[in-house]
Design a protein around this ligand. Structure first.
Ligand code: FES
Length: 356
């Protein structure tokens, strides 16, 4: 037998009287039209916790244990935050902080989620009920009364009549959120122009291309055909803001057969004997483009699968990215090391509204 939560009466879902039409019997209570067949419900099945009190006790124990586990996870996360502070420029501290904080928060969410689901499935009331739906619209008399109230309020307040007061109030309400919008500016860098900051990286004329993360300079002779290197600018490891700088300046270096490269006239001289360097920051939303398919010469971003064709100046051939990866012009210095000719000629990473 099922239980109607609204009326408090027992009903059987398969009993057609439970869904008997009320159309026409009273206003606004129709649920199922008389020509729609009762779809029926499978018979109610009792759970083991409904019939065995010991099973119900066991389930209750599991539920509160999971909630206690969640509390322990939250406390652990707070303790981990204090025990592993993030030190400026120390990636190990950052990793430990993220790891233990993540474990604590995951445990906390897992405990609450699983506990709630288990509680609902094993212990909470399990009877089927029928909720009748009613039309949202009120009766004509209610609608008429509502209109009357609005009219009366309009007359008494003078909102419709005193247009100057009304319009100035609307103006004040529109202007009120503006200071809040302006305050968002404070989230950006305070002493620099954001478009300017996003448009330039550490690369400059003569900066050596060095291996990430060791900072060892790379010679052109080290780069064999088919190889790929993760590159950072010389001196990056000594910077206090190296993570911020690396997020813009990371580069992928590859060597292809020079005959395979399609180079546009304005980029003649930007590569060295088939060695090309492209920004590693995806132009979609900035993930590192870290996968190189040696056979097809495609670079793949693992986040949303944007694919860039190295042979054709890293133009987008698949995925949500809208523009090619920026190329870093390179050359070789007198000692045979690869160096940048300049910074990138366009902003790296995702597009932003003041790019050009
Ligand atoms: Fe690379 Fe989305 S960030 S495809």
């Amino acid at each position: 037998m099922a239980h109607d939560e609204v009326s408090g009466t027992d009903t059987s879902a398969s009993d057609s009287s439970a869904v008997e039409t009320t159309r026409g019997a009273s206003t606004g209570t129709v649920v199922i039209a008389s020509d729609v067949a009762n779809p029926g419900e499978p018979p109610h099945r009792q759970r083991v916790t409904d019939t065995d009190p010991r099973a119900a006790k066991r389930a209750a124990r599991s539920v509160y244990t999971l909630f206690y586990l969640s509390i322990a996870g939250s406390v652990f996360a707070v303790a981990a935050y204090m025990a592993f502070p993030i030190e400026d420029g120390d990636p190990t501290a950052l990793r430990l902080n993220n790891l233990f904080l993540g474990i604590g928060i995951a445990l906390s969410l897992f405990g609450i989620g699983l506990g709630a689901v288990h509680w609902g499935k094993a212990l909470m009331h399990d009877k089927e009920g029928i909720d009748e739906r009613h039309p949202v619209r009120g009766t004509d008399a209610t609608v008429a009364r509502a209109v009357e109230i609005f009219d009366e309020a309009d007359r008494e307040s003078g909102f419709g009549r005193r247009t100057l007061i009304r319009n100035s109030l609307i103006g004040a309400l529109v202007a009120f959120p503006l200071p809040g919008l302006v305050l968002f500016r404070g989230f950006g860098p305070q002493d620099q122009n954001p478009p300017e900051l996003l448009s330039h990286t550490m690369w400059k004329k003569g900066a050596r291309l060095t291996l990430d993360p060791s900072g060892i300079p790379v010679k052109a002779s080290d780069v064999t055909i088919g190889s790929v290197f993760h590159i950072i600018p010389e001196g990056l490891n000594e910077r206090h803001d190296k993570l911020e700088q690396k997020a813009k300046a990371a580069v992928l270096l590859m060597r292809l057969n020079p005959d395979d490269l399609n180079i546009s006239p304005e980029r003649e001289g930007w590569s060295y004997d088939g060695i090309v360097a492209y920004s590693k920051i995806c132009t979609h939303v900035g993930c590192p483009v870290a996968l190189y398919e040696q056979q097809t010469h495609h670079l793949l971003c693992p986040c949303h699968q944007s694919t860039f064709d190295v042979v054709n100046e890293c133009e987008v051939i698949f995925g949500p990215a809208k523009r090619a990866l920026p190329q870093l012009p390179i050359e070789v210095d007198s000692d045979g090391y690869l160096v940048a000719q300049s910074d990138f000629h366009e902003p790296v990473g995702p597009s932003f509204w003041e790019r050009s």
